[in-house]
Design a protein around this ligand. Structure first.
Ligand code: COA
Length: 178
């Protein structure tokens, strides 16, 4: 039986996080794979993951890093992460939790890893959780939308470009009363 552990990342996990993020680089995927696997556009270089280490979590399967999340409470969102202003446009200056990145190794997708990581992050959370999802017509992240809606997130905002085309959306999950 596979043993899954979800824990804060260490510096030693960063190369594996980058491997997973690179598997989901949009440039490396055919449209068919984008539709089946989803994608990440905001993967960071190692130095930035190391600087943000306390916000990085991993799920290991039999000791191997198979998934990661990068998350922030609203008062710790760094300047590199620009979703804060959009979230304020939705909820004002209330506290929130941002799930900036989630990635699961391709061979471990659809085995419940992202669900398990989200359940851990969301358990007991007293503030709304937000996740930005790319919606550009050519690259709508339908896998991420399906996953987040399965987890109880609902779309609350749409960012459009100058031509009125959707660029990205914010999905939100309200805290579940205890
Ligand atoms: C999106 C992603 C994180 C989901 O991770 P995962 O571990 O495969 O998801 P889980 O196995 O925990 O699935 C949880 C639920 O989400 C839904 N889901 C997951 N992948 C899905 C897919 N490809 N199509 C439809 N629904 C899907 C499932 O219905 C599942 O519920 P079920 O078990 O009741 O069927 C993963 O596909 C991924 O890393 N994609 C590439 C990176 C990415 O798109 N990140 C999000 C950027 S905004």
């Amino acid at each position: 039986m596979n043993s899954v552990i979800i824990r804060p990342a260490t510096a030693d996990d960063v190369p594996a996080v980058i491997r997973i993020a690179t598997e989901h680089d949009l440039g490396g995927k055919s449209p068919e794979r984008v539709r089946a696997e989803g994608f990440l556009v905001s993967a960071y270089p190692a130095a930035l993951y190391l600087r943000l280490l306390k916000h990085l979590s991993v799920a290991t399967v039999d000791g191997e890093v198979a998934a990661f999340t990068l998350t922030f409470p609203s008062d710790e969102v760094p300047p590199e992460v620009t979703d804060g202003e959009r979230i304020v446009s939705v909820i004002g200056n209330s506290p929130y939790f941002l799930i900036k990145q989630v990635g699961v190794a391709i061979k471990q997708q659809k085995t419940g890893l992202a669900r398990a990581m989200y359940q851990k992050h969301l358990a007991g959370l007293q503030v709304p959780a937000f996740a930005p999802i790319v919606l550009a017509p050519a690259n709508r992240n339908i896998v991420s939308i399906a996953f987040h809606e399965k987890m109880g997130f609902r779309q609350v905002e749409t960012l459009k470009d100058a031509q009125g085309q959707d660029v990205s959306g914010l999905w939100c999950k309200q805290p579940v009363p205890a």
